[in-house]
Design a protein around this ligand. Structure first.
Ligand code: CAA
Length: 694
């Protein structure tokens, strides 16, 4: 068995090497190893101790898998205190990432040296907690309150050079991290340096903490941890160090007990689990160097931008030279944004736009592409025509992908003589910004084609979710159901504005009506027209008031008016006074007497509709696991991360109660509120969605 902390003696310097792959998380054995290592160094007469990590990183934090379980000795705060109290000179030598408990350990040593590529941070806020091993008390003492508040409430990773400027790192040195640590310790001993315990440094100067608390609350959209972090840093200014630590502990425990912590940690693990699919075990993806994109509208240009930024060459096909020029303009504008934000250099910008991007109007130019993504108009006949042509020019083994939000990928694949090479890649607009990618597997899609989809997603920095074929796949299918639920509530008496407000208060980035305005009301109108033409089930409730808005040319943000009115230059709108009279007329026409809804009922119904449809999506195998639904909603639909996703929310809310509500509501609308078989089964078996995550 590998020892978690390896002890080595180099003259009068003891070197402690952490060996807990992959990220040297501070699990129990590592914590114990640190305590034992420092004790041994003291006992055996060393003068200095260097701590560093084997492999890819210094300590990346506490071991998150231990959260929620009974704590085991020694606790990390005690380990940190033990290090700080040592009479020896202690040095942390940092490479990779010193995050969370990792940075807290580093702050408990006297000195810190890092390689230039190292990053440090206190990302606990993203896990719904706060730095609980002295980070909120020590960081403000070395970096000042303002910088500490910024780092702790944002959780951002700070590069070594910036950390040096902030006083968090003392020295940045090129080369081997172990050597850098030993050399620094040597220099300190030679210079007769003293220990420098951060906990004994003076309390930092305060700021307006009430204002900082209010700002953190507002920014967190209901997430508690950023605001609690402010209170913990406040304690560093107002209390002696040991009392500050106690206050930090109290606040830490409160957060540790919260559902938000559970939701955020769930989110952390599922976004790593989502790409792990048994069907991909041992399957090698096909090679990817050059890709083709068909269609250079907003979506196609976004996909092309994302591919270029991932280092792929892109042949972009448009119908006419003018359209190709316009597409080039869109891509240049997107890349210009990346240049402005410092993500690429001027030289890279020039290379991407002049060499890596190749606009064309000739299908034949797609012949070299390893993968071609079609992003043309969302109409089956147009897509089929594109795939027929693509089949003629694409090289053997090329992956052929359709970027569709709703359409049947099997039908599209059947247009080619190689359906095994076809899959759906559903990007979310703007495709160079949104992280979600639904990878849609058709009946005949080959496993290495699916693996290639995941490889592309990874290269583009996307969070990819496997989905099966159905109308809307995972995300849009569930969206259609909860959106319908919102429409029913409007007919029955709630206003779109009350619904949007209740849901943003719940934590959604936007409510469904503001989302509709953003996406364009014409999209929903087209879907309604298509569905009516196909024939709607007579038991389904329908309404026409939104059509009236569209007929008047009000399509939401892009026309300045929809459910809301948008002033030029402002993103948020104010309620459109024309909307409520249209709704009232619709209610009257349908003979509905409006009733009041509480915000709690709105949220409950909306969430129940979402979870019920999600249970169907999992039950039918469209999503392999509940976690695939959670990731989809978190990354593509503005679901509050601190609630973990709809399935996690449902598990925490209690499946039996949800099923009871759905059955009760079925008395008023038996068609819409049909319980999903999987939900019924889980309740009957006393299980949770989580049990299906594997
Ligand atoms: N605990 C347990 N496991 C962890 C972990 C942690 N702190 N950090 C990462 N891992 C695991 C991941 O789950 C993953 O496991 P699998 O391979 O089984 O999926 C593996 O380590 C590699 O992680 P990534 O795939 O994320 O690797 P990466 O190179 O992309 O990123 C990283 C590395 C930047 C360290 C990233 O993993 C990360 O951000 N980790 C979390 C860091 C963090 O939040 N630390 C604070 C912990 S809370 C704390 O410390 C509280 C306190 O004050 C007491």
């Amino acid at each position: 068995m590998t020892i978690a902390i390896d002890y080595e003696r180099i003259g009068d310097i003891a070197v402690l090497k952490a060996q807990n792959p992959p990220v040297n998380a501070l699990g129990q054995a590592v914590r114990q190893g640190l305590v034992d290592g420092i004790a041994r160094a003291e006992r055996e007469g060393a003068k200095a101790v260097v701590i560093y990590g084997d492999g890819r990183t210094y300590f990346a934090g506490a071991d998150i898998r231990e959260f929620g379980k009974p704590p085991t000795d020694p606790w990390l705060p005690d380990v940190c205190q033990r290090l700080e109290d040592s009479p020896l000179i202690t040095v942390s030598a940092i490479h990779g990432t010193a995050l969370g408990g990792g940075l807290e350990v580093a702050l408990s040593t006297d000195y810190r040296v890092a390689v230039p590529s190292a990053r440090v941070g206190l990302p606990e806020v993203h896990l719904g907690i706060l730095p609980g091993a002295g980070g909120t008390q020590r960081l403000p003492r070395v970096a000042g309150v303002e910088a500490a508040l910024d780092m702790i409430t944002s959780g951002r990773h700070v590069g070594a050079r910036e950390a040096e400027k902030l006083g968090v790192i003392d020295r940045v040195v090129d080369g081997d991290v172990r050597e850098a640590g030993i050399a620094y310790a040597r220099d300190l001993l030679d210079a007769g340096a003293d220990t420098r315990p951060v906990g004994r440094m003076p309390a930092p100067a305060p700021v307006d903490f009430d204002a900082a608390h209010a700002a953190a609350l507002a920014k967190g959209r209901g997430q508690l941890s950023p605001a609690q972090c402010v209170r913990a840093v406040q304690a560093a200014c107002e209390l002696p160090f040991d009392k500050g630590l106690e206050r930090e502990r109290e606040l830490f425990h409160e957060l540790m007990e919260s559902d938000q912590r559970e939701g955020l940690i769930h989110a952390f693990f599922i976004e790593r689990a989502v790409a792990k699919l048994p069907e991909l075990d041992g399957v090698e993806p096909r090679g990817l160097t050059a890709i083709g994109v068909i269609g250079g509208g907003t979506m196609g240009a976004g996909i092309a931008t994302s591919a270029l930024l991932a280092g792929l060459t892109v042949t972009l096909l448009e119908m006419t030279p003018e359209a190709a020029l316009a597409a080039r303009g869109r891509i240049e504008a997107n890349l210009g944004g990346a240049l402005k934000r410092g993500k690429i250099s001027q030289d890279q910008f020039a290379h991407l736009t002049e060499t890596a991007l190749r606009p064309t109007t000739d299908y034949g130019d797609l012949g070299d592409a390893d993968l071609v993504i079609e992003a043309v108009f969302e109409e089956m006949d147009i897509k089929k025509d594109v795939f027929r042509k693509l089949d003629e020019v694409a090289k053997p083994g090329a992956v052929l992908a359709t970027n569709t939000s709703y359409l049947n990928v099997d039908e599209i694949a059947a247009m080619t003589g190689r359906p095994e090479d076809v899959l759906g890649l559903h990007f979310f607009s703007p495709a160079h910004v949104m992280k979600l990618l639904e990878i849609v597997v058709a009946d005949k899609t080959a496993p290495d084609v699916l693996a290639t989809g995941f490889a592309l997603g990874k290269r583009m920095g996307k969070v990819s979710v496997r989905a099966g074929v159905c109308d809307g796949f995972i995300g849009n299918r569930i969206l259609a159901t909860y959106r319908t639920c919102a429409d029913h509530m409007v007919l029955d008496g709630a206003s779109p504005y009350q619904i949007d407000k209740a849901l943003t208060d719940f934590g959604f980035a936007m409510g469904p009506f503001a989302v509709a305005d953003l996406a364009g009301l014409d999209i929903g109108w087209a879907v309604r027209k298509r569905k009516r033409a196909e024939g709607i089930d007579p038991r389904a409730r329908d309404s026409a008031y939104a059509d009236t808005l569209c007929e008047a040319g009000h399509f939401g943000q892009k026309t300045g008016k929809g459910y809301y009115v948008y002033e030029a230059g402002k993103r948020a709108g104010v309620p459109n006074p024309e909307v409520m009279p249209l709704i009232e007329a619709e209610r009257a026409a349908q003979g509905i007497t409006p009733r009041d809804f509480t915000d709690a009922e709105i949220v409950r119904r909306y969430m129940a509709a979402m979870v019920n449809e999600a249970a169907r999506v999992v039950g039918e195998g469209i999503a392999r696991r509940p976690l695939d639904v959670d990731v989809t909603l978190l990354y593509g639909y503005g679901f509050p991360r601190y609630r973990g996703g709809p399935m996690k929310w449902a598990d925490m809310a209690g499946l039996p109660g949800l099923l009871d509500d759905i059955r009760n509501w079925a008395a008023e609308d038996a068609y819409f509120w049909q319980p999903a078989p999987l939900l019924e089964q889980l309740v009957a078996e006393g299980r949770k969605f989580e049990d299906l995550n594997g």
